[in-house]
Structures are given as structure tokens and as C-alpha cells.
Design a protein around this ligand. Structure first.
Ligand SMILES: [Zn+2]
Length: 284
């Protein structure tokens, strides 16, 4: 992974200096730590550029999630009216996600740089005053650089992952507003490098119940062995999870065993009602 030439240059100079003089003063160490910190920062994509990328990636994810086809896949039967109602809240989710992601990336960055400096300092303080000849420079500098070498790749992944989290939270808001009663877990096999979580694979196609929903309150549905959505982690909650929920808002879309007797009766009479209407309509 490419870390800038400048960082490499400073690191090499720092190591040569330590190898020659050894850890003879705190001052020597601190000077190099300062220089390395500056060079490490300079070797990364500037924060402002990254934030711009982040904002545009999440705004794009937001627009895609709000696309009617994408929405109705996750929230079948969502009405225009519901969408209109929640739009301000969804916008807020986007803004929150942008802020949170920028923070996350900043924290990751600081941690990676600190880790790199710690490695350097650990190595530097082990060299006796007066210097040493027994050092494998290449290996040591590789070890020090490893802390920030993978960062650009990691930051790309974080941005993509934050997009999935945003989409999940948007659909959750829409589902709540639509009066969803259950959700079907859909497992997505991740892109290269991702190990599918066996627990997530096992949940594919399973129903999870939304606690306190209207159909439960009215005694129309039951768990019948299912779990509540709040008893497990949310879709896209764990790092790089791309699983998603298809929300269920109507009794007729539940498996039969999840309906109570009262629920089945309600469904049957609703169907009868519907037939009566259609017949009346057809009869003109
Ligand atoms: Zn998953």
C-alpha cells in the first residue's frame, strides 16, 4: 500500500539518526515524533477532501434509497403520504450520518497515526545510547508504516459502509411511520474480502417482529417462536454488514402461524369485505 514518499523519507531519516546515536535523549525522540506526525498527516488524503467525498457518497446513497423502486423493495406498500410526512426526518438522518461518519474517520485516522508513532517510539527507545549495528531497517520501517499504510483503503470501506447504515436507518424510519409489524431479514453476500456472518446467513428469509406494534396490541398476531427485531443487532449495524429488512405492514403478509384466532378472523372478514366491494364495483 502506498504511503507517501515524504513519510518514507522522514521515517528513514529518523531511523538512521536513532541507529547512529541511539536513544540518548527524550528530546531526540520527541523531535522525530513531531516530524513523523506531520509527515503522516500529509501522506493521507486531506480531511477536507475526504469530507467532501463522504458527503457526496452519502448524499448519493440517500438519493438511491429514496428512489421509489428501492423504497418499495424494502417497504412494500409505503404510501406517498407517509413519505411526505417523514421526509424531514429522513433528511435529518442524512445530516447526522455525515457528521457521525466524518467523526469516525477522524478518530480512525488519529488512532492509526498514534499507533504508527507508538511503534516507532517503542523501537527507538529500545536502542541503546551510542547507537547500534544490529537492526534490520527494512523490516522495522515496514512494521512502523503498517499502522497508516492500510488507511486509505480502510477509509473507502468506511464510507461505503456508512452508506449502508444510512439506507438501513432511512428504511427503519419509513417502516415505523408505515406501521410495520414485522420484518424479513435478507442476507447479502459481501464483496471480496468480507466473511459472511453465518448467523446472518441463517437469518435469511426469517421473520422478526416489531415490538409493541398495532397487531400485537390488538391481539391479532403472535411471535410463534420468532424474535423481536430489538433482540438481535440491526441490519447493517455490524461493520460492513449489507443485510437488509423487507418490512411487513399487513396481516395478510404474515405466515399463518403468526396469526392469532382473532387475527385470522380479522383477515377473513377483511377479505370478505373486499370481495363484496369488488363484486359491487364489477356489478356497477
Ligand atoms: Zn449481515
Amino acid at each position: 500500500m502506498a504511503v507517501s514518499v515524504e513519510f518514507h523519507r522522514v521515517l528513514t531519516a529518523a531511523m538512521n539518526d536513532l541507529i547512529e546515536h541511539g536513544f540518548d535523549s527524550q528530546e531526540r525522540l520527541e523531535r522525530w515524533m513531531r516530524e513523523l506526525r506531520v509527515a503522516a498527516r500529509a501522506s493521507l488524503v486531506p480531511e477536507r477532501v475526504l469530507e467532501r467525498e463522504l458527503t457526496s457518497a452519502l448524499t448519493r446513497a440517500f438519493a438511491q434509497a429514496m428512489n421509489p423502486r428501492a423504497l418499495s423493495r424494502r417497504n412494500p406498500g409505503v404510501s406517498e403520504y407517509t413519505l411526505l410526512n417523514v421526509k424531514p426526518e429522513l433528511r435529518k438522518k442524512l445530516d447526522q450520518r455525515i457528521l457521525a461518519s466524518a467523526n469516525l474517520i477522524r478518530l480512525n485516522r488519529d488512532a492509526a497515526i498514534e499507533k504508527t508513532l507508538q511503534r516507532f517510539s517503542g523501537w527507538a527507545t529500545s536502542i541503546p545510547a551510542g547507537g547500534t549495528r544490529s537492526v534490520n531497517r527494512r523490516e522495522e520501517s515496514e512494521r512502523v508504516r503498517r499502522g497508516i499504510a492500510g488507511l486509505p483503503f480502510e477509509e473507502r470501506r468506511v464510507i461505503i459502509d456508512q452508506g449502508h447504515k444510512l439506507v438501513a436507518s432511512i428504511n427503519q424510519v419509513v417502516a415505523e411511520e408505515s406501521g410495520a409489524i414485522a420484518a424479513i431479514w435478507h442476507h447479502v453476500k459481501e464483496s471480496p474480502g468480507y466473511q459472511a456472518r453465518p448467523e446472518h446467513e441463517a437469518r435469511d428469509g426469517r421473520f422478526f417482529v416489531i415490538r409493541g406494534n398495532w397487531a400485537l396490541r390488538d391481539g391479532l398476531m403472535k411471535l410463534a417462536g420468532r424474535k423481536y427485531t430489538d433482540e438481535i443487532e440491526q441490519v447493517a449495524e455490524l461493520p460492513f454488514c449489507r443485510c437488509w429488512y423487507e418490512y411487513v405492514t399487513a396481516l395478510r403478509d404474515l405466515p399463518n402461524d403468526m396469526l392469532t384466532v382473532k387475527g385470522r378472523e380479522a383477515l377473513a372478514s377483511a377479505r370478505k369485505e373486499l370481495r363484496r366491494f369488488t363484486n359491487a364495483y364489477v356489478a356497477g
